[in-house]
Design a protein around this ligand. Structure first.
Ligand SMILES: Cc1cc2nc3c(=O)[nH]c(=O)nc-3n(C[C@H](O)[C@H](O)[C@H](O)COP(=O)(O)OP(=O)(O)OC[C@H]3O[C@@H](n4cnc5c(N)ncnc54)[C@H](O)[C@@H]3O)c2cc1C
Length: 458
């Protein structure tokens, strides 16, 4: 069994530590921050996440599914809020049991660290990976000003979007190490209970789409909502750089989110006080070096949050690596190579789709053509439940590789375009034409790639 050093005890590092311990490896987990356990909520930084099929699958493999689900709130659809307060609801799945799960990132992290600590004492906080000697296989961690050298057989960087290990790999081997910033940042805000009850429909993701900027809300277990405001950093009237005073922030909220502002008594203060997070896409190639060093999760592929898949993809990375270790009888050199070749194209695909979804969520959700296509797609899914699954459904409710879901989406666009052409209501759609299009365009693709559209049930 190998001595595995993991840098980064975030979501992916702590889950990976659990999965590798289960296989009998000797795992050492190093996290630069202090121990989360016993700390208060990470106010201003505790974004909520959506856990979907891939995340659930990995939690199940770690034996943690039911305990983790108990920390979540089911989210069955999107609720769109217009400026004048009108609501439009779109269910996510075919029925309410096909849903996403909202969870606080820091709660999930705390939970995974606690679970990991049940089986090992080798978790070290306030240890910052600083340097690696790739030839002699030693990693240097700095703890409160003191450097410690740790030998490893395998070194894995789960140290997030700004990964030190990825940068060191790049310096050593010149691997691709590219970060593309979106130009929009985010801030966490908060909506408390109203008269002891949730102020909004609890089992929904709420979106206030306003073109280049938008507000989102995800439910917490107690019925409050964690809100995220996405806004251009600068260069526009509605941007973080233009909203610096209490008066300017209040005027902005009154203009664009009046209904939400009424339910968020501390919105203006939270906006001025809470940290501003940066959003970007990280691409790395390869993910593996010298047969013994690898990056995983955001360290390998930070993506935009607009498909709710960053962590889900990171958890899937862990599953792909576990499968590769199975396949190669714990031969790490071979397993790491398989992990890189298999999962990197999937991460690239979800990175592209997350960017597409940014435009969809911020811009198109108010566009009539786009909304009609969504209706046509819902009609297709309803009438052909065995033969059609939207790209969104494939990503959130199945384990179909992201790369194939991306390709399927291109074919689906053609089909939806042909079906919707010259039609102005769902009642006018032709079942015969739909059947023919699916048969000619979609089924051959499914067959060629051995894709089963059935839902993943944890
Ligand atoms: C606004 C927003 C919303 C999101 N929503 C979703 C969602 O709905 N669903 C979803 O699946 N994903 C979502 N994501 C993405 C998700 O948060 C990330 O993909 C996920 O946190 C990645 O986990 P990770 O463990 O790879 O990295 P991180 O969570 O960043 O953890 C990295 C860890 O490494 C530590 N570290 C860093 N450097 C060092 C070092 N040198 N030495 C030691 N330790 C170090 C850090 O302290 C941290 O604990 C969202 C992201 C954002 C910003």
């Amino acid at each position: 069994m190998s001595r595995v050093v993991i840098a980064g005890g975030g979501l992916v590092g702590s889950l990976l530590s659990l999965l590798l311990q289960k296989r009998g490896h000797q795992v050492f987990l190093f996290e630069k921050r202090p121990d989360l356990r016993g700390q208060q909520k990470d106010v201003g930084r505790s974004i909520n996440l959506i856990v979907t099929s891939r995340g659930l699958n990995a939690l199940k493999a770690a034996g943690l599914l039911n305990k983790a689900l108990a920390l979540t709130v089911p989210v069955t659809g999107r609720m769109m809020h217009s400026v004048n307060g009108e609501l439009a609801y779109q269910a996510y799945g075919r029925d309410p049991s096909e849903c996403n799960y909202s969870i606080s990132r820091s709660e999930l992290n705390r939970f995974l660290i606690s679970e990991s600590a049940r089986t090992t004492e080798n978790i070290f906080f306030e240890h910052h990976l600083d340097a690696v000697d790739f030839e002699n296989k030693t990693a240097t961690f700095n703890c409160k000003g003191v450097n410690q050298k740790w030998e490893y057989d395998i070194l894995i960087g789960a140290d997030g979007a700004g990964s030190v290990l990825r940068n060191l790999m790049h310096q050593d081997s010149g691997c691709l190490n590219q970060t593309t910033y979106l130009g929009s940042d985010y801030k966490e805000l908060f909506m408390p209970l109203k008269n002891g009850k949730p102020a909004l429909e609890k089992n929904a993701l709420h979106i206030w789409p306003r073109g280049s900027h938008m507000l989102m809300a995800l439910p917490n277990l107690d019925g409050s909502f964690t809100m995220t405001l996405y806004l251009p950093r600068e260069g526009q009237e509605n941007s973080f750089s233009n909203l610096k005073t209490e008066a300017a922030v209040r005027t902005y909220f009154e203009k664009y989110f009046p209904d939400a502002l009424n339910l968020m008594p501390t919105a203006v203060q939270d906006f001025l006080k809470n940290p501003q997070g940066i959003l970007g896409t990280v691409r790395t190639k390869p993910w593996v070096m010298k047969e013994s060093v690898a990056v995983i999760g955001d360290a390998a592929h930070a993506i935009l949050p607009f498909f709710g898949q960053g962590m889900n993809c990171g958890f899937e990375d862990c599953m792909v690596l576990m499968r590769a270790l199975d396949q190669h009888g714990e031969n790490w050199a071979k397993a790491l190579s398989t992990y890189d070749l298999e999962q990197r194209p999937n991460a690239d695909a979800i990175a592209d789709m997350a960017l597409e979804n940014f435009y969809e969520m911020s811009d198109k959700v108010g566009d009539q053509n786009f909304l009609f296509r969504k209706k046509v797609e819902a009609w297709l899914e309803k009438n052909f439940p065995e033969d059609y699954r939207s790209r969104y459904g494939m990503i959130t409710y199945t384990l179909i590789p992201y790369r194939l879901a991306f390709e399927a989406g291109l074919i689906q666009n053609e089909i939806l375009g042909e079906l919707a052409a010259g039609v102005s209501s769902v009642e006018e759609l032709s079942l015969e034409k739909a059947k023919m299009l699916l048969h000619e365009k979609f089924h051959p693709f499914l067959k060629k790639n051995s894709i089963q559209l059935g839902r993943f049930r944890p």
